[in-house]
Design a protein around this ligand. Structure first.
Ligand code: COA
Length: 295
């Protein structure tokens, strides 16, 4: 059966927020919703048209894309380190009138029962269209590889380089970006940190932590560090920065109105320093990098 989906966003439909919260809860490991991202609530306030959702016929979000326009100098060193830093920079750009030449993804979510149908690609294409309308030349994305949790002890640098027999990235989510022509820029080792008591972590994960040390946890891309004496567990979420070029041919659907409040966003960054020239290659600079309450 074909289900007809349509895009909307928080500017057109502020009431979508509740559905987006439900989608987030269905998609993330619970602990990730408790990360040190303090500015997520700014997204509906300052960047509502960049919070997009694919809606089913009943108006329920089945997929979402969260992004912001921001200034980026095109260098690896100029990439934000953390999710919080992405939002803070975008917000500062907006308030100061600084030109944003890039769009940065914050998250792409597809409801579990709708995965494997290419919806995430549609969401990424939508982000590129939003950028294109503002003359942005690239979409940058802190990619959270979906299968990395199976190999939590492998370094992200090594994992990102793993290729299958056809030379494509082993990880399906990295592969989706790669097939769209995106390049790997850098590892972002700490995009978001979750700090909680040992009892809190035991409740989130269903595991017990009888001694201090490193523990592999469901949904964790690298181990959780437990310090019993301090009664603290710390998890740092590593991502992989990738970049998509946005060119003049990126489509502009008629239903995609620019947000008047964001019309100052426009000029491209001076250049892209993408050391990995397209599918297959990779180059890394290990950089620190950080989630999410809407209210
Ligand atoms: C990552 C995510 C957005 C991908 O969405 P999607 O719509 O399933 O993506 P696609 O349909 O393009 O599938 C891409 C590939 O991943 C595979 N895939 C999708 N979900 C998968 C899963 N849970 N496990 C293994 N493979 C999966 C698909 O089969 C496809 O493989 P292919 O390249 O061989 O065709 C989705 O899995 C998701 O919402 N995950 C939870 C949130 C998240 O981690 N988001 C990304 C970080 S921002």
């Amino acid at each position: 059966m074909t289900v007809r989906l349509r895009f909307s966003d928080l500017r057109a439909q502020p009431g979508l927020l509740t559905g987006l919260e439900r989608l987030g809860e269905a998609c993330w490991p619970g602990f990730l919703l408790h990360g040190d991202v303090r500015s997520w609530h700014l997204l509906p306030e300052e960047f509502p048209s960049f919070q997009t959702a694919l809606l089913d016929p009943l108006g329920e979000p089945v997929a979402a894309g969260h992004c912001v326009p921001l200034s980026w100098d095109g260098t690896i060193g100029g990439l934000p380190s953390r999710i919080e830093e992405i939002i803070a920079r975008a917000s500062a750009d907006l308030r100061s009138g600084r030109v944003a030449g890039a769009i940065s993804a914050l998250a792409v979510l597809v409801r579990p029962d709708m995965r494997g149908r290419g919806l995430s690609r549609a969401v990424l294409e939508r982000m590129k269209i939003l950028g294109s309308r503002r003359s942005c030349t690239c979409l940058i994305a802190p990619v959270r590889p979906v299968l990395k949790e199976r190999w939590p002890l492998a370094s992200m640098e090594a994992y990102a380089g793993w290729r299958d027999a056809e030379g494509a990235p082993v990880d399906p989510w990295i592969r989706t970006h790669w097939r769209m022509g995106a390049s790997i820029l850098a590892v972002a080792p700490d995009t978001l940190t979750v700090t909680e008591s040992v009892a809190g972590w035991e409740s989130w994960t269903g595991l017990s932590f009888p001694a201090s040390g490193s523990y592999c946890i469901p949904g964790g891309l690298q181990p959780l560090e437990i310090d019993l004496e301090a009664d603290r567990g710390t998890y740092r979420d590593p991502n992989l920065w990738m970049v998509h070029r946005i060119d003049a041919s990126t489509g502009l659907p008629e239903d995609c109105d620019p947000d008047p409040g964001l019309d100052r966003v426009g000029d491209p960054p001076p250049g892209l320093a993408a050391p990995d020239a397209g599918p297959g290659g990779s180059a890394f600079t290990s950089r620190p990098r950080p989630w999410a309450s809407w209210r």
